[in-house]
Design a protein around this ligand. Structure first.
Ligand code: SF4
Ligand code: SF4
Length: 281
């Protein structure tokens, strides 16, 4: 179990707790302000990107201090976790409404509206989260083909997530002032600021999944589709054995490799059952 499960999940997965999506948490004005600022200032992500690049050139002890301070601060306000499609489906089972909005990272990095983020609410029509987002008159929500918020049925949302996964995107769930959960995104390392921060620059702003991937050596035919799909560099290939190998200490447990394996040779057991990965978050 990750730290959030202990703090915000009562020993269960924190993102499967309906109370963490509740409208009640949005009566907190500070949290509402944080969400409004977050969605209206994509340019702040560009500043963050520049700072991360500067940090790469800093001495080791500076990097360690900044890393610790950033991670500690982000755990309080905006931290995420990788999750596989079956847990996305569990969230959709109890959600009352699902809305799709533009991804702020892609807006900042690519300068265009790309709809890969989903707000999940326990209240009809997006609840207070929907109200906040609808009230934001930001250019990134009013692009040429936008309809503001798009409401999706659970089936439509799940089909979209499966398609994102086939495209190689990794599902992640996010707090907006913990423990409130504002949404689930579909990320890739080139455009997602959180993945860049965590994986490329070594400043973690998201936990790995509660799972870790393993290869069934009997079923694997060595095609290497999983290796090409993994955004975390966790898969290698043994020519001598003609098998894929997954490093449990590098695996984030996203399950993208599993969905692209034509031989169904990839399993996703609970992280706690894999000794080498059990305490790697
Ligand atoms: S995609 Fe599946 S069959 Fe192909 S190398 Fe990976 S585990 Fe083996
Ligand atoms: S090995 Fe598979 S489950 Fe692990 S991080 Fe890579 S793609 Fe995700």
């Amino acid at each position: 179990m990750c730290e959030y499960c202990v703090k915000h999940g009562e020993g269960q997965k924190w993102y499967l707790q309906a109370k963490n999506y509740s409208d009640d948490l949005l009566s907190d004005l500070q949290r509402r302000k944080f969400i409004e600022d977050f969605f209206t200032h994509p340019e702040s992500l560009e500043d963050d990107a520049k700072q991360l690049e500067r940090l790469d050139r800093a001495p080791g002890f500076v990097r360690r201090v900044v890393r610790w301070r950033t991670t500690s601060r982000m755990k309080k306000i905006h931290f995420g976790q990788v999750l596989p499609i079956e847990d996305v489906e569990r969230i959709f089972d109890f959600a009352t409404s699902i809305v799709r909005v533009a991804c702020i990272c892609r807006q900042a990095v690519l300068g265009s509206e790309q709809r890969y983020c989903y707000g999940v609410s326990m209240a009809p029509d997006g609840g207070r989260l929907g109200e906040i987002i609808r009230a934001i008159d930001a250019s990134y929500l009013t692009g040429p083909d936008t309809a503001g918020l798009e409401s999706l049925s659970k089936e439509e949302a799940l089909a979209a997530f499966r398609q994102h996964e086939r495209e190689g995107l990794c599902h992640t769930v996010w707090t907006f002032v913990a423990p409130f959960i504002g949404g689930i995104c579909n990320c890739d390392r080139s455009d997602c600021m959180a993945m860049r921060s965590t994986v490329t620059h070594g400043v973690p702003v998201m936990f790995r999944a509660e799972y870790v991937a393993q290869v069934d050596r009997e079923l694997c035919n060595g095609c290497r589709a999983c290796m090409r799909a993994c955004q975390f560099g966790a898969v290698s290939y043994s020519a001598a054995q003609n098998k894929a190998l997954i490093d449990p200490r590098r695996c984030y447990g996203c399950g993208v490799c599993r969905s692209l394996c034509a031989k169904n040779a990839i399993l996703l057991p609970d992280r706690s059952t894999v000794r080498a990965a059990a305490n790697v978050w």
